[in-house]
Design a protein around this ligand. Structure first.
Ligand SMILES: Cc1cc2nc3c(=O)[nH]c(=O)nc-3n(C[C@H](O)[C@H](O)[C@H](O)COP(=O)(O)OP(=O)(O)OC[C@H]3O[C@@H](n4cnc5c(N)ncnc54)[C@H](O)[C@@H]3O)c2cc1C
Length: 466
């Protein structure tokens, strides 16, 4: 797969990462870069995840397939390689990537690092073992299944304390993703409860822990308060100034010593650098690669960085860009222009972007938004949020499917299917004599534990199970 260029043939701009930044860049470069330049996009998944919609997967407002878009449908002339980049040889200008056919080397003239960041679960003791991060589509599906598992489990418990702990869902972080996932979760639980007749409404609760004096600190104070009011009215408990200091199987310990009982803790705070960054030996700040004004990595010829993995100064305001999808897309557009300029020997331009605004959903068809200086809340903000993300989805067919799905979920109750990805061989193994029961798999156990052999004989809460 090594691509020669010494004979004047193709010259590669290699982009690592098929997220918001990488795909926008590749699409834009297709139009701007003249022959013999070629764009090669390498990403470890075959799709882009629309992270702002992950909370909707948790709340079953959309199917998981609807918040991802196949990269091959988004590009036309770009060469796409599904692979995980494991190393970069800056001397020889080669990228080493683990493809489906083994490790391959890809030559580059310009290399753009756009591989995002990872969830950082080490910032609170016990979070890595017991909390559930929300960063990938797999995380969202896992949380949704876990929520359904918890509600089903409540029906089988008789101890009121255990029932309450099982029904308590704590979200750590009151920023955009924390607020959105808590809102979706509350809606989902309210809708799902009718199918669990032995679970009382007051046995299900959602709490947000926010280590700050208000929700959504990125938005104006009045919108943060509006979000808190709207969520509070629906029974979501909002704990401001509450810093999680330890997470375990039974709940969260706050920094002031208070203990909160909850069998499910969802973590929406903390990010860390992609492991590839550590191997590159580049200058970083808070885990992000430091770039110059035009997004070139200083002291590394032909290397550029954008999106969440980069710390890009913004000429409009002089502050570093925040790690948001909006800035990742704006950087990609500007970098495409800069690469086209570099290819034709013209000077590059500094990144400059004035934020168009921000918005968040708070559940129950409500949201808050500030767009071009205009503040919105309630239904208009929620509709704007949905219209914006629908617009950003590639292909008309996908837009239509999501629109139908959203309309459907406004009138009908949420899907409570607890999907298990068990293959026949695993199912056979689970049924074999002596195998451990597989239904109640629960990595974060909730006491009292019943010995496996006694499981069916254990006392069951009021009436039969179903
Ligand atoms: C739950 C959640 C909600 C959010 N809500 C909002 C919101 O409402 N508004 C907003 O503006 N932003 C939001 N964000 C932030 C936004 O999603 C990010 O800022 C944006 O995705 C950054 O884009 P990116 O392209 O830099 O990184 P990503 O979108 O993370 O893409 C990185 C890509 O690189 C690939 N990759 C990683 N390592 C490798 C490797 N070694 N080899 C090959 N490929 C690799 C990954 O597979 C991925 O495709 C949210 C994020 C989360 C997690």
């Amino acid at each position: 797969m090594q691509t020669p260029n010494s004979d004047g043939a193709e010259r590669n701009v290699v982009v690592i990462g098929g997220g918001f930044a990488g795909t926008t860049l590749a699409r834009r470069l297709e139009r701007l870069l003249p022959a013999p330049w070629r764009v090669v996009l390498i990403s470890q998944e075959s799709y882009t995840t629309f992270n702002p919609m992950l909370a909707e997967v948790v709340g079953a407002s959309v199917f998981p397939e609807h918040v991802i878009a196949p990269i091959r449908q988004m590009i036309s002339r770009t060469r796409f390689i599904m692979a995980r980049v494991t190393g970069i040889d800056r001397q020889r200008r080669l990228v080493a990537a683990e493809t489906l056919a083994g490790v391959r080397e890809i030559r580059y003239e310009h290399l753009v690092l756009a591989f995002g960041s990872r969830a950082n679960l080490s910032i609170v003791t016990g979070m890595a073992e017991y909390a559930l991060p929300l960063k990938l589509i797999g995380d969202a599906m896992f949380i949704r299944n876990r929520v359904l598992q918890r509600v089903a489990r409540i029906e089988l418990e008789s101890d009121p304390m255990v029932r309450r702990r099982l029904g308590h869902f704590v979200v750590v972080g009151g920023g955009f993703s924390g607020v959105e996932v808590a809102g979706e979760l509350a809606d989902f639980l309210a809708g799902a409860r009718r199918y669990y007749p032995r679970v009382a409404a007051d046995e299900l609760a959602v709490t947000i822990l926010q280590d700050g004096r208000r929700l959504l600190p990125e938005l104006p104070e009045c919108l943060g308060r509006s979000a808190a009011r709207s969520m509070g009215r629906r029974g979501i408990c909002i704990r401001l100034g509450a810093r999680a200091s330890q997470v375990d199987a039974d709940g969260v310990m706050l920094a002031d010593g208070e203990r909160i009982d909850a069998a499910t803790v969802i973590c929406t705070i903390g990010s860390r650098a992609n492991p590839v960054v550590e191997r590159l030996g580049l200058a970083t700040e808070r885990g992000r690669i430091v770039t110059g004004a035009d997004m070139a990595v200083e002291g590394a010829d032909g290397l550029w960085a954008i999106g969440d993995c980069a710390l890009v100064p913004n000429a409009a305001g002089g502050q570093p860009s925040p790690p948001t999808a909006q800035f990742a897309v704006a950087q990609a557009m500007q970098l495409a222009d800069n690469l086209a300029r570099a290819a034709s020997g013209r000077p590059t331009r500094p990144f400059r972007h004035v934020s168009r605004g921000m918005m968040a959903t708070t559940g129950h068809m409500k949201g808050v938004a500030q767009v071009f200086g205009v503040r919105l809340w309630g239904l208009p903000a929620w509709l704007l949020w949905r219209a914006y993300y629908l617009m950003r989805m590639p292909t008309f067919g996908r837009k239509l499917r999501i629109w139908i799905e959203w309309s459907w979920s406004m009138f009908f109750s949420a899907d409570i299917t607890h999907l298990r990805f068990t293959r026949s061989s695993e199912a056979d193994e689970a049924m074999s004599p002596g195998a451990a029961p597989s239904i109640a798999t629960d990595p974060a156990p909730v006491p009292p534990r019943v010995p496996a052999g006694l499981r069916m004989a254990a006392p069951v809460a009021a009436g039969n199970t179903h």
